[in-house]
Write a protein that binds this ligand. Structure first.
Ligand code: HEC
Length: 166
């Protein structure tokens, strides 16, 4: 019995090694940027709400370690619903294989890869992503936000709105 197990190992291991080589190294250009396009760039692109862009290799490489820990802990992409409590449209969380791909990429030193593997960049609409709003309101003057403050609510009483979260 033990001999048979050993033989099985002897047969299987080279096959695994060949498969790993065939799949090749995970690079930014061949796999990681596709995950960023699908799950991160809606916010992580110039002019949007996230503090840095994840569009180019240079953007992403300097944040590699932070990215790995943010996706492993589930901090990013932000997605509050707990698993197994319903199916939500537009779910943002990463799959386990996607997390492993990012993790393997960072573990390998965040290689850039072959430029020919790069997908077409995503063209995000320059306009409002959810359609033109019925009304855009602004406070009468600018005001400071305190570092570390929780959500801040401002009221716009003179235009008939009750309260607006900003
Ligand atoms: C819905 C918008 C949104 C999406 C989608 C999103 N992020 Fe973020 N991300 C943010 C914002 C906003 C911050 C800043 C949070 C803060 O400062 O508290 C942030 C911060 C981060 C940080 C810094 C975290 C830290 O520890 O300081 C990392 C790393 C990051 N994002 C990676 C990613 C990756 C990788 C993805 C995709 C897999 C992603 N994010 C998707 C909005 C987003």
């Amino acid at each position: 019995m033990r001999l048979r197990t050993l033989c099985l190992f002897a047969l299987v291991l080279p096959v695994c090694a060949v498969e790993a080589r065939a799949q090749g190294e995970v690079t930014f250009n061949n796999q990681v940027v596709r995950i960023f396009q699908q799950h991160c760039q809606t916010c992580h692109r110039p002019g949007n709400i996230a503090p840095f862009s994840l569009v180019t290799y240079q953007d992403a490489q300097i944040h590699a370690l932070q990215i790995r820990s943010a996706v492993i802990t589930g901090e990013m992409p932000p997605w509050k619903p707990v698993n197994a409590h319903g199916v939500f449209e537009g779910e943002r969380s990463l799959t386990e294989p996607e997390i492993q791909t990012i993790s393997a990429w960072v573990g390998a030193g965040a290689p850039e890869g072959n430029p020919n593997d790069l997908p077409e960049p995503i063209r995000f609409p320059e306009t409002w992503s959810a359609g033109t709003p019925d009304m855009v309101i602004q406070p009468a003057s600018s005001f400071p936000l305190l570092a570390g403050a929780d959500d801040i609510y401002r009221c716009f009483p003179n235009i008939g709105l009750v309260c607006s979260r900003i």
